[in-house]
Design a protein around this ligand. Structure first.
Ligand code: C5J
Length: 221
């Protein structure tokens, strides 16, 4: 086990059974003209973490540890998008409608791709998820268990929506979860701060939180 200084106490990472999960580092959330922007958010905040997420991905690749990418996305006929989700929000354009990077949150559209700096490498698992959480309608639980993965390190966007939902789902399924605090971001700084606190509170009720440098230094020691 590799001991990583973390909040609320050191996190034990099993190098034989770990994976990095990079949540939704998509143009739709990070670039102007995407879904996040259409909802009225400042995407610049999310752009700032791209280099740290890329460095975290490189660290895992360097160790030969698995990297899993998720994309929030829907089928072109929107058959996997519940009407409640489709109706939600009062952005200028909605899921499935045309934007400057193609149809919002639709699989295969330019805006739905993962940003270049964090792009999946050949052979890495890419999970298309119609929900906020990574287990809903994806089959990912079975895939992780088949591969013997027990420890999940989380990064990506947005902290309090898809990252937190996925981490909570993983925690309930018995995975040991660590969130990398400077490799995740929200459109709302106060929501990010609250999420980091609520994950680690009560003795790590959802999991652990550590900065990238602490993780890098521990696994490189
Ligand atoms: C949102 C996400 N915020 N990836 N999606 O709608 O967090």
């Amino acid at each position: 086990m590799i001991e990583i200084p973390a909040d609320p106490y050191p996190y034990g990472l099993d190098p034989e059974r770990c994976a990095l999960v990079v949540i939704d580092m998509q143009r739709d959330f990070i670039e102007p003209g995407g879904f996040g922007h259409a909802l009225g958010n400042d995407v610049g905040l999310l752009q700032a973490i791209v280099p740290t997420v890329a460095a975290l991905i490189a660290l895992f690749r360097d160790r030969g540890w698995p990297v899993i990418h998720t994309r929030e996305s829907h089928a072109p006929d929107l058959g996997d998008c519940p009407p409640a989700k489709l109706r939600r929000g009062r952005g200028t354009i909605r899921i499935g409608e045309d934007g400057p990077m193609g149809r919002l949150l639709v699989r295969g559209e330019p805006g739905n791709a993962i940003v270049e700096a964090c792009a999946p490498a050949a052979g890495e698992l890419v999970v298309d998820k119609p929900g906020k959480g990574m287990f809903h309608a994806t089959g990912l639980d079975a895939t992780l268990r088949e591969r013997g993965i027990t420890h999940l390190v989380f990064a990506g966007v947005t902290t309090e929506v898809c990252v937190q939902t996925s981490m909570r789902e993983a925690n309930d399924r018995g995975f040991e979860c660590l969130l990398v605090s400077d490799a995740t971001e929200s459109y709302f700084p106060e929501f990010k701060a609250a999420t980091l606190r609520m994950i680690a509170a009560q003795g790590g009720i959802v999991g652990w939180v550590a900065g990238f440098a602490a993780l890098r230094d521990a696994v490189s020691a």
